[in-house]
Structures are given as C-alpha cells and as structure tokens.
Ligand binder design. Structure first.
Ligand code: SF4
Length: 315
C-alpha cells in the first residue's frame, strides 16, 4: 500500500477492492453518483441524509463531485516524481467511470506518460456508467490503459435490486458488463450473499448465478451482507422491519447454490472478503467440485477452523 506521505490530497474515507491493496490510489471523483439526498425518516425536523444503495455505508459523508480535472492532472505529475515505478493504479472513488470519456482518456494518457512501468489501471464502475458509453468509447478507454473495472452486481433478482435501490435491473447489469467485455475491459463482479434474507435466498442465488453465467466475467466475488449502523437502517431502507441477515449455515447454503448454478468455466470465484465466514478461491471449471465439497465439509462441522469468527468479520 502506498504511504499517505505521498503528495496526495485524499478526501477520506477511501475504499478500494481487496485486490488493490498494493495499488497507488488516485481520486478521480469524490463519493458515488448513486447517492441522493433524502429525508431522514426518523427526523421530526425533516433532516436530510445522503443515501445510496440500502446496504452501503460508503461515501455517506461525501456528496458526489468530480475532482477538478487540472487538480488531478497536477497531482498525477507530483506523485509520479515520488513513485515513478508504480505499476498498478486504482482510480477512486465509487464510480470514476461516471466521468466523460474525453476526460478519462486524458487521465489515462497522463498516467501512461508519467508512470513508464504501469501495467494496469482499474476503477469501480456502475452498470449505468457503462451503459452511458458506447463500445467504441469503452474501447478507447481500454486502449488508453483502463484494464479492468469492478462492478457491484449485488443480485440477479430484480425484486432485490429494486428493494435495495440499486437503480439498475439485472438486464442492465448484463448489457453494461457485456459492453465492457466487448471493448476488451476485464470484469471483476461482486454479489452480496444474504441480500434477500432467508425467504428470498434460493431465488437470489439462482438469479444471480444466471446473470453471472450470462456475463462470464474474469472474476466473481461474493461478500456477505453486514447490516451496519446507519441512517436510515437497512430495514428502513428496504421497508421491511422483519428483515434478518442469514445465519452462518444459511449463508453457506446460499453460496453453495450460487456456485453450483454458475456455468462459466473460466471465471475465478472468490469469497475472501472479510465479510464472509468462509474464504474460497477457485476456477468455476476446474475447481467447482472442490469449492462445493469444502462448503459441504464446513457445513457439517460448525466448529471448522476454516470459519472466520464473527469478531473478525468486517466490511
Ligand atoms: S454500493 Fe456502490 S453504487 Fe451503491 S451507493 Fe455504494 S458505492 Fe454507490
């Protein structure tokens, strides 16, 4: 991880995917464009809060804005003088791909010019970001150095997507991701176990497996829903006071059903995020039987050392 002693002006907090732990992080945008200002349902005075997807606590304190372009380019120049050998760069915050293609190309070209050993540039992207760009635009981003995007699919079940306010349908997820894929941009997709609660678990797993199978991304990762203290609460946001998160066994069963339903042999599946009780990693072709067998073994032994204790789970 690059040290904060670098000449960077971060607007905290910063979030990045686990696999970008060693990357230089540059903020091209602040916050997430999916957040909207809403009335706090508990406030008698009509106090307003920033709210995005119902499960997400990131960026609530940071109203969305694009970083001034000249400021970012100047920062790239300054940082390159200190770490010219950086080979991996992650463009933060929540959806840097909301920027115009022209602006992104300028950023990517500046990165290539200043970091001669650059191997990859990645960012988060929403399905909406991807659908607002044509394949040709996305291809120009790829040719300028954008190698992979991380997209939060969360669920393939449209009812779940609507309840958590994802503002994209499963069909839009598929179309956006396939557009990036056609442009040669690699995909790392995340889904959230437990998002539909116990009752909706089987349908959530089946429809999510179906969406992932239609996209066949390079990477598919599962997180497990952790209901963090926030305003409004997850239960309020999804208008379901009786919602409860999955138990360990229910989450493992849902994960098993998801893996069993995915048909893309080349996709690497991971559940190594700290929110999960069980860390798995393997290709859906060669390793699928091993992944399923591991889940079965752990479900048969609730005291398995492979299970992450609750105290060590985190977002
Ligand atoms: S989950 Fe992603 S798209 Fe939704 S509010 Fe959080 S950062 Fe934005």
């Amino acid at each position: 991880m690059f040290h904060l002693a670098l000449p960077l002006r971060y607007v905290e907090p910063i979030y990045r995917p686990p696999s970008e732990a060693g990357s230089l992080i540059l903020q091209a945008t602040i916050g997430c464009s999916n957040l909207r200002t809403r009335r706090d349902p508990r406030s008698p005075t009509g106090h307003r809060v920033e709210r995005g997807c119902a499960f997400c606590v990131a960026y609530q304190a940071k109203p969305f804005r694009a970083r001034p372009h000249a400021e970012l380019l100047a920062e790239i120049d300054r940082v390159a003088e200190v770490v010219p050998g950086a080979s991996r760069i992650f463009l933060a915050d929540g959806d840097a791909l909301v920027l115009s293609t022209r602006r992104l190309v300028e950023i990517l070209e500046r990165l290539r010019a200043r970091f001669p050993r650059l191997e990859r540039v990645t960012s988060y992207a929403s399905p909406q970001n991807l659908l607002r760009k044509s394949v040709d635009e996305l291809r120009s981003l790829r040719e300028s150095g954008l190698t992979m995007v991380y997209v939060g699919i969360e669920s393939g079940d449209d009812e779940v997507l609507r309840r958590v306010d994802k503002r994209a349908t499963s069909e839009e997820m598929v179309r956006g991701c396939l557009r990036a894929k056609e442009a040669g941009i690699a995909l790392s997709l995340t889904v959230i176990l437990g998002l539909a609660g116990p009752e909706g678990s089987a349908q959530h797993a089946d429809r999510t497996a179906e969406v992932l199978s239609r996209i066949c991304p390079e990477y598919a990762a599962a997180l497990t829903l952790m209901v963090e203290p926030r305003v409004p609460t997850f239960e309020e946001a999804v208008a379901d006071p009786s919602f409860r998160p999955l138990t360990v066994d229910e989450a493992l069963a849902e994960c098993r059903r998801l893996i069993a339903g995915m048909t893309c042999e080349g996709t690497e599946f991971r559940s190594n995020h700290a929110s999960n009780w069980l860390a798995l990693k393997g290709r859906l072709g060669a390793d699928k039987a091993r992944l399923l067998e591991t889940i079965d073994r752990v479900r048969a032994d609730p005291r398995s050392p492979l299970l992450r204790p609750d105290s060590r789970r985190a977002l």
